[in-house]
Design a protein around this ligand. Structure first.
Ligand code: IPE
Ligand code: IPE
Ligand code: MG
Length: 243
């Protein structure tokens, strides 16, 4: 167990990360952009371990957006290769640590070997229940909501659902990872302060922390700082402040 930087009662259940600034991290070192994605995958492995050590139950990581297909093919190919390596290197640890893997996003455009290793990780960890690791790959928040609406409409046409029965809660069953709780803390590295189409339904009442650090440099101590910042926030959910 790592030393907790905060009162355990103030630990977020679900932390979502926007892993940004990988390309600039590499360019600043005179390296090709794709090596930033390689360093990013290494950072992802070590941070995932730190989250588990701290006792953070659920983590989501934004690895590739629906808009990232606009990048050069060479960069995308490298990124997919590094993600494949990430799963290859971490699959045993995910299984042994009791982590259930979720892959959120569209499937059709992903390379076959990326899809295969993702499916393998999901299958091998499907009965785990200590931690959840959600990787968002070819993921867009609007895409997720539109897809959910389409699935709901199909259920209505087939007589399995009725428009008048739909609630905010039941709508979740059409999302990519229906059983995960809402995001408590959203962290974006790079100093950029935007969502870039991430988890739009799930972040309705999340706390945001924007860390002015390149993702490959976002180490365990940087995460601890974000948790301290989070622990000072007063979450009201539309109600009144306590104390
Ligand atoms: C984030 O890093 C990873 C992806 C978007 C795939 P970037 O590749 O966006 O790095 P910067 O923001 O260009 O530095
Ligand atoms: C968001 O980063 C997507 C991921 C981290 C995967 P981007 O670099 O794509 O976001 P923008 O383009 O700066 O908004
Ligand atoms: Mg970026």
């Amino acid at each position: 167990m790592a030393d907790l930087p905060i009162d355990p009662k103030k630990l977020p259940v679900h932390v979502a990360f926007i892993m940004d600034d990988n390309g600039r991290w590499a360019q600043r070192r005179g390296l090709p952009r794709h090596l930033g994605h390689k360093a990013a995958c290494m950072r992802l492995s070590s941070l995932l371990r730190h989250c588990r050590d701290l006792g953070i139950k659920v983590t989501s990581f934004f690895a590739f957006s629906t808009e990232n297909w606009n990048r050069p093919k060479d960069e995308i190919d490298h990124l997919m290769e590094y993600l494949w390596m990430f799963f290859q290197n971490n699959i045993d640890e995910l299984v042994k640590s009791g982590t259930k893997v979720y892959v959120s996003g569209e499937r059709d455009r992903l390379p076959k070997d990326t899809l295969e290793i993702c499916d393998r990780a999901v299958e091998l960890t499907k009965d785990n229940d200590r931690f959840a690791f959600n990787i968002c790959l070819d993921y867009g928040g609007r895409d997720e909501i539109v897809r959910a609406a389409r699935l709901f409409a199909s259920d209505c046409l087939e007589g399995k659902a009725k428009p008048s029965d739909l609630t905010e809660q039941s709508f979740r069953s059409y999302l990519f990872a229906p059983d995960l709780p809402d995001v408590d803390l959203l962290i974006r590295t790079s100093g950029e302060e935007r969502l870039s189409n991430y988890l739009l339904y799930e972040i309705a009442y999340s706390e945001f922390v924007f860390a002015n650090v390149y993702w490959p440099d976002f180490d365990d101590r940087e995460l601890d700082k974000c948790l301290v910042e989070y622990s000072k926030r007063n979450r009201r959910f539309g109600g009144l402040s306590r104390g």
